[in-house]
Design a protein around this ligand. Structure first.
Ligand SMILES: O=C(O)CCC(=O)C(=O)O
Ligand SMILES: [Fe+2]
Length: 260
């Protein structure tokens, strides 16, 4: 199998190594905090990754969690009406990196120098590194019938996802790009309370299978609505760190993958 990234990525539409294209993407991400690259994967590569996702599905570890929008546990001693103390539910399945074949297109893409250089420029970071542990760098995520991800802000500064399979109904990525400025330690609780009460009109991302999404999830309240079809929503997260030798904590690994 060739390791050429042009076999995987639709270079005609997304010329990752072209400086002008990089600048354009960097500006969109800077201004909108989200970059959506539709038809990022070539058709054959998408089909191959979809097949891999389906063949690994029975190995997924499913976890259901109650958490606050800052991904903490609810504090029973604190005000239960405080929007930072309201619980939401997340449940999905996860296949960790060590179950993905060495020669998977996902590994080729993840390790590709061209892809890394593109990400570094667009995210405006010094460098990016894989996780030190063997589970966290690339994950398949499965949202089965009635599964969802509750409203939250990410802990990581950026997120990179590839939509692999859309459900027939539900499983929509919704977001609000107001209400928090992580750097300045600002959070608009009243506004967020209205979001949690479904009083605010949310935006959603219309991604199709093969779409790459980059976003700054620390300032973005986001969720995935319940999947309403038997066909699951399948998403890959490509996880990098700005520093070397970072591990996902053992606790988090036990929670999301069921093992260390
Ligand atoms: O499933 C998605 O599209 C988003 C996933 C997400 O927000 C997360 O894993 O923090
Ligand atoms: Fe998130």
């Amino acid at each position: 199998m060739s390791k050429n990234i042009e076999i995987i990525v639709n270079y005609k539409k997304h010329p990752l190594s072209d400086y002008k294209y990089q600048l354009k993407c960097e500006n969109i991400l800077k201004n909108k905090s989200v970059l959506i690259l539709k038809n990022f994967l070539n058709r054959d590569a998408l089909i191959q990754i979809q097949n891999e996702a389906l063949s690994l599905q029975n190995k997924a570890f499913y976890c259901k969690q109650n958490h606050t929008i800052l991904l903490n546990k609810k504090d029973k001693k604190k005000d239960i009406n405080d929007p930072l103390n309201i619980e939401v539910i997340s449940d999905k399945g996860c296949v960790p990196h060590d179950l993905i074949l060495q020669n998977s297109y996902l590994n080729t893409l993840y390790k590709s120098i061209d892809f890394k250089k593109f990400l570094i420029k667009v995210l405006n970071v010094k460098n990016i590194y894989p996780y030190k542990d063997k589970l966290s760098s690339i994950n398949y995520n499965y949202y089965q019938f009635k599964q969802q991800l509750g409203w939250h802000f990410d802990n990581a500064s950026f997120a990179i996802t590839l939509l692999i399979q859309s459900p027939e109904k539900g499983g929509i990525f919704e977001y609000i790009n107001e209400g928090r400025d992580y750097k300045n330690n600002y959070i608009n609780k009243r506004f967020i309370k209205d979001v949690l009460k479904n009083k605010v009109k949310t935006k959603n991302i219309k991604a199709n299978e093969g779409t790459l999404i980059l976003f700054f999830g620390r300032n973005y309240l986001h969720r995935v609505t319940k999947v309403e079809s038997l066909k699951p929503r399948i998403l890959v997260t490509l996880n990098y760190n700005e520093e070397k030798n970072i591990e996902l904590s053992e606790n988090a690994r036990l929670t999301f993958f069921g093992r260390k």
